[in-house]
Design a protein around this ligand. Structure first.
Ligand code: GLN
Ligand code: ZN
Length: 763
């Protein structure tokens, strides 16, 4: 009788990003479908072997995907909306079209992707396929059986992973033409037989158990789902395959009352984020004879686990339920972490010893299980030493930064005057017309810009040569904006590789990986910076670029910064200090930058917070705690300037109705928001809450190369003035233009400027 180890899922990117490269090569027509499948098979083999080599007992299968796991379920269940089936594409191309859309004018193919959505509070995006009352499910591809057998043929026993049926339906989308009261969960009765079919097939093939991921259980919705869970899991039990039900990303709360009685073999809990769930769970599970899977090793951060502390928690479980009822595991899939530390050659040995990526996390669960089974081996002892060294490092704080955070006063988060006063002072100082036009910051990042940056990185360009290249680009972008007759100009952000990494590299307190890629969506990966110590700004970061841009134009220039909450949410935060403290350290550093920009004569400064919404906790009762420090951090960063400086901010996701009052509380003079995709909903939000300061709802969607007509933009403006006073309206695209090409950018902005001119006369 012994404690076993498990991991819930593993990154899909492949060592050296082999999977990403193969997928993109297939899209580009450079390799065949067969070659893509062969490459994918090699990646799956490599993943299973890595997990096995780490000594993990329970290895996942079926969690691999070519694009997105939720999309795989829809596709396998034959939920393919008609607009895709009628394009005449192969099954694989239909699958990809569902994820990323497809346009091939010569062949008459033109189909938009399904909607993407953020996966819980992570930066990973799922593809939400449309479901309607008429949707029927049919298992057209049994991916889970295929992969289970594929691993078995390699001599590796695995535990297949699926989204549980309730989470699946809670995450997909209701089709636009479905009746208003329809929700995909209404389809549950039709869906469950397909799950039973999959589970039976797995049992028949020899699977010992199945992992059903039900993260919807950590949201506020879950309490109302009790009856659904009882009914559905009773039906699933008919397959007689033992089920481990997992609940990543938060706490199950009161739902434990019904979870404990479901006919499942064991319940997984996220004990990394919510360790206090353990006691109640043990008490509830003990009389039922069910097992527990302890999500102790974080699937969300990259810090080494304190195995001695985890062991103490796990020992409670062993004492309560017995060793054979306990599995030590990851808190979620490891898909949110990079693959391995071994490939990082630029981190110091000291830094490497603080961290654990996916492979190292696999070793951690195995080492923890061994320790619980009586063997505190070398790896366990090394962990104890490394954790002590990290704790020691944490005490070497930057006392100046800490003191500054301590000394923050409420006045520091308040502008000198109210918006009503400020807006008059700004109107005098900046002199913009009615319906002023502006952009969100970045202009097309051309190949030349990327080449110059890469050459500078490799030392092939001197600092002077690189800066000259950037200045030339800025001058050209400013000239184009003048020619287009935009009113409030920007420098175009050519010097930025990424809106977070750029600032991380210029601030103290961050480190960077070379290959720490984390999936954002499809084949898109990001490399989040890691906060390791107190954050401060050694020198101005953007002033030279904005000042240069202002020096070549008589029109007002808008400075451009990434806000404290977004920098933090798109980095791996440190684990020893609260996010609130880290956000405030960032806010103080940015506050200095805002003041320096204002002193350098920049009259408008935009502090982007596109990620403020995604950081919102999953449970409503936790919202205030987050929003309080998030709002304060933004205000702290922007309130150090005189009334005449116009503070802008930008938000990317249209579904922030929930936090609209908090957006108002940021008290930015002007905000711009992504609106073009969700017009109607947004207009309702304005009607309901109003907005007191200036606002620029995006007038066209920059995520597509499509050029909006002048008339379309006029119509938008006419609709906006019905809910927002004309003198408060700003005219801008819905996000930065860095992913666009110049041609469509110039055409779109020409139409935008013409529509604004028309509005000045007619609205
Ligand atoms: N200023 C940034 C840009 O224009 C904002 C990007 C974003 O919102 N994600 O690129
Ligand atoms: Zn944006």
């Amino acid at each position: 009788m012994s404690v076993k180890s498990a991991v819930l899922g593993y990154p899909r990117v492949g060592v050296n990003r082999a999977q990403k490269k193969a997928t993109e090569a297939y899209w580009a027509g450079k390799i065949s479908e067969q070659e893509l499948q062969t490459a994918s098979q090699a990646v799956r083999k490599e993943r299973w072997e890595a997990i096995k080599a780490a000594g993990v007992d329970i290895i996942p299968s079926g969690d691999f995907t070519l694009y997105d796991g939720l999309l795989d379920h829809s596709f396998n269940f034959n939920v393919v909306p008609e607009r895709f089936t009628k394009q005449g594409l192969s099954p694989l191309d239909t699958y990809f079209a569902m994820g990323r859309g497809r346009q091939d004018r010569a062949k008459g193919i033109d189909v938009a992707a399904n909607e993407m959505g953020k996966f819980f509070d992570s930066n990973y995006h799922i593809v939400k396929v449309d479901h309607a009352p008429t949707t029927e499910f049919k298992l057209v591809r049994n991916q889970w059986l295929e992969e289970y057998k594929e691993a078995k043929d390699l001599g590796i026993e695995t535990r297949p992973v699926l989204f549980g049926p309730i989470t699946y339906l809670a995450l997909v989308r209701a089709s636009r033409d479905a009746p208003a009261d329809f929700q995909p969960l209404d389809l549950l009765d039709k869906l469950v037989p397909v799950y039973v079919e999959v589970l039976k097939s797995l049992k028949e093939a020899g699977a010992q158990s199945v992992q059903l991921d039900e993260p919807i259980l950590v949201t506020d919705k879950a309490e109302a789902y009790g009856d659904l869970y009882k009914k559905v899991y009773a039906e699933l039990a008919a397959a007689e395959l033992p089920i481990t039900l997992t609940t990543a990303y938060g706490r199950v709360g009161k739902s434990l009352d019904y979870l404990k009685d479901l006919p499942i073999a064991s319940l997984h809990l996220d004990l990394n984020r919510e360790p206090q769930q353990l006691d109640a769970a043990l008490e509830a599970l003990k009389p039922t004879g069910k097992g527990i899977e302890l999500g102790l090793i974080s699937g969300r951060n990259i810090w080494k686990n304190d195995l001695a502390a985890s062991k103490k928690l796990a020992e409670k479980a062993v004492a309560a339920l017995g060793a054979d009822k306990v599995v030590v595991s990851t808190s979620s899939s490891l898909l949110h972490t990079p693959i391995s530390l071994k490939v990082e050659t630029k981190l110091t040995p000291e830094q490497v010893a603080w961290l654990a990526f996916a492979d190292e996390k696999c070793e951690e669960v195995a080492t923890l299980a061994a320790a619980l089974n009586g063997e505190e081996n070398e790896a366990f002892q090394k962990n104890t030493k490394d954790i002590a060294a990290r704790r020691e490092f944490e005490t070497t704080s930057d006392s100046a930064v800490r003191d500054r955070v301590q000394a923050i006063t409420p006045e520091m988060s308040k502008r000198k005057s109210d918006f009503s006063v400020r807006s008059k002072v700004q109107a005098e100082a900046i002199k913009l017309p009615k319906f002023p036009t502006t952009t969100i910051g970045s202009f097309p990042q051309t190949k030349e810009i990327r080449v110059a940056r890469a050459k500078f990185g490799k030392g092939e360009l001197t600092k002077e040569q690189y800066e000259k290249a950037m200045e030339d680009e800025i001058k050209s972008v400013v000239d184009i904006q003048e020619r287009l007759d935009l009113d409030l100009l920007v420098h175009g952000e050519p010097e930025r590789n990424d809106m977070v990494q750029y600032f991380g590299e210029l601030l103290n307190g961050f480190i960077f990986t070379q290959l720490g890629w984390v999936q954002s969506y499809g084949s898109r990966y990001v490399r989040p910076p890691i906060v390791v110590s107190d954050i401060s700004r050694p020198a101005p970061m953007t002033v030279r670029w904005s000042s240069y841009a202002q020096s070549v134009s008589k029109k007002p220039m808008k400075g451009m910064l990434t806000g404290p909450v977004t920098i933090l949410n798109w980095s791996f935060p440190r684990a020893d200090v609260s996010k609130e403290v880290q956000a405030k350290q960032l806010a103080l550093a940015l506050r200095d930058e805002v003041i320096d920009l204002a002193n350098a004569g920049i009259s408008a400064i935009q502090v982007d917070e596109p990620a403020i919404r995604e950081g919102l906790p999953l449970r409503k009762e936790d919202w205030d705690a987050y929003l309080n420090w998030a709002v304060e951090s933004f205000r702290l960063s922007t309130s150090g300037v005189e009334d005449k400086t116009q503070i802008h901010s930008h938000f990317c996701y249209s579904d922030f109705d929930d936090i609209f009052p908090h957006i108002q509380a940021l008290d930015a003079d002007v905000i711009s928001i992504e609106a073009s995709k969700a017009d109607l909903k947004l207009l309702d939000t304005f009607k309901e809450f109003g907005y007191k300061n200036d606002i620029g709802p995006g007038v066209y969607d920059i995520h597509s190369p499509r050029v909006p007509s002048e008339q379309e933009i006029k119509d938008k403006l006419a609709a906006f003035v019905k809910v927002i006073p004309a003198e408060r309206l700003v005219v801008n695209p819905d996000c930065g233009l860095k992913t666009r090409a110049w041609k469509e950018t110039e055409e779109s902005l020409t139409n935008l400027v013409n529509a604004a001119k028309w509005a000045r006369e007619n609205l």
